[in-house]
Design a binder for this molecule. Structure first.
Ligand code: AHZ
Length: 306
C-alpha cells in the first residue's frame, strides 16, 4: 500500500468557464468587422496568466501520486484510464517532445489510417472514436483522430498535468529495508536546457517525487526505452532482451500480457517493454499500445492497494 502525500492547490483548482454551444452565428456575436477590436491586454498579463499556472502546477505536482513518462499512444491510453477511474490520484505526464502523441500521428508507413485489432475496439468506443468494422480488426480513418481524441480527453481531466518539452533524465531511487531499490520519482529537465549540458558548467535538474512511475518511452532510439536502459546502468536489471523483428500476430499479445511492474515502483508498458522482454515489434497496428496502457493503469491500481 502506498501513502499519499497531501496535495497543495493546482492550477486546475481555479474555476473554469464551462463552454456552451452558441445559439446564433458567431459573427452576430462579434459585431461589425469595421469596428472590431479585442478586449485590452498588457504583455505582463499574458506572461503571468501562463507562468502563474505553470509554477502552481510545478509546485503541486512536485509530489504526484503517479508519473507517466512518455505521452505516446500507450502513455496517453494509460493516463486516460487511470485519470478517469481515479479522480483522487494526481497524475503527472512528462513528455520530452513539444508535441505529445509519440508515433501515433500517422497509422504507419506514412499512410493516414490507423488499424487496431479486436478487442481494442472497446477502447475506441469508450473514447468516442468512430471506426470501420472489418471483422477481426477496425480502422480509424486517420490516426490523428485517435491521437487528438485521447489527448483531448486526457487534458480535460482535472487530475492530470502534462509537462511537455520536458525530458525525464534520471530516476529517483530509495533503498528499502531489505536492501532492494524502489523507484520513487523522476528527475526532469527542460529539453532545451539539457541540450546545453556540454557547453554550460552546471545545469541542475528538477524532480517529481511519486510512489509509482509508469514508463512508456517507446522502443530504443535517440530517446526511446529511457527507463529500462537506466535500470540496466543502475544494475537493477541485468540486461535488455532487445526488440525483435516484426511479427504482428504474436507481438501485440506479448506486449499486453507483459505489461507489469518491472522493479518496485516502476511499471513498463508499450514498446519500451519489447526492449526488456525481447518481444517482437508489431509495426502499424496500435491495439496493443491502447490495451497495454489500460493494463498499466490496472497494475498501478494494484500498487495503490485497490
Ligand atoms: O518523445 C517520446 C514519445 O512521445 C517520449 N519519451 C521518450 N523518452 C522520454 C524521456 N522523457 C520524456 N526520457 C520521453 N518522454 O515517449 C513517447 C513514446 O511514444 P511512442 O509512440 O514512441 O511509444 P509507444 O510505446 O506509446 O507506442 C509505440 C508504437 C509503435 S510500435 C512500432 C513498431 O513496431 O515499430 N513503432 C511504434 C512507434
Amino acid at each position: 500500500a502506498v501513502v499519499k502525500k497531501p496535495a497543495t492547490t493546482t492550477a486546475a483548482d481555479e474555476p473554469q468557464h464551462v463552454p456552451q454551444p452558441l445559439s446564433k452565428p458567431l459573427s452576430d456575436l462579434l459585431g461589425n468587422w469595421s469596428t472590431f477590436t479585442f478586449a485590452p491586454i498588457r504583455e505582463s498579463t499574458v506572461s503571468r496568466a501562463m507562468t502563474r499556472r505553470y509554477f502552481a502546477d510545478l509546485d503541486s505536482y512536485a509530489e504526484a501520486d503517479i508519473v507517466i513518462v512518455g505521452a505516446g499512444s500507450c502513455g496517453l491510453s494509460c493516463a486516460y484510464t487511470l485519470g478517469k477511474l481515479r479522480p483522487d490520484l494526481r497524475i503527472a505526464m512528462v513528455e520530452a517532445g513539444v508535441a505529445p502523441g509519440g508515433g501515433a500521428w500517422l497509422g504507419g508507413q506514412l499512410f493516414s489510417a490507423m488499424v487496431m485489432r479486436k478487442p481494442a475496439d472497446v477502447f475506441l468506443s469508450d473514447l468516442g472514436v468512430p471506426f470501420d468494422d472489418e471483422g477481426d480488426y477496425v480502422v480509424v480513418k486517420h490516426a490523428a483522430l485517435f491521437t487528438s481524441t485521447v489527448l483531448s480527453r486526457v487534458l480535460a481531466l482535472p487530475n492530470v498535468k502534462l509537462f511537455n518539452a520536458t525530458a525525464v533524465e534520471d530516476l529517483i531511487t530509495r533503498q528499502m529495508d531489505d536492501g532492494a531499490i524502489r523507484i520513487a520519482g523522476v528527475v526532469t529537465n527542460w529539453t532545451l536546457v539539457s541540450m546545453h549540458h556540454d557547453d554550460q558548467s552546471c545545469m541542475d535538474p528538477n524532480t517529481i517525487n511519486a510512489p509509482l512511475v509508469i514508463s512508456t518511452t517507446g522502443h530504443d532510439g535517440p530517446f526511446g526505452a529511457f527507463s529500462v536502459k537506466r535500470l540496466v546502468s543502475m544494475k537493477q536489471i541485468e540486461t535488455l532482451g532487445g526488440m525483435r523483428g516484426l511479427d504482428m500476430q504474436s507481438a501485440e499479445d506479448a506486449i499486453v500480457k507483459g505489461t507489469r511492474e518491472i522493479v518496485p515502483g516502476l511499471i513498463v508498458g508499450g514498446m519500451e517493454l519489447s526492449e526488456v522482454d525481447g518481444a517482437n515489434r508489431m509495426g502499424p497496428t496500435f491495439g496493443a499500445m491502447a490495451l497495454s496502457g489500460v493494463k498499466a493503469a490496472e497494475e498501478a491500481l494494484k500498487v495503490f492497494d485497490l
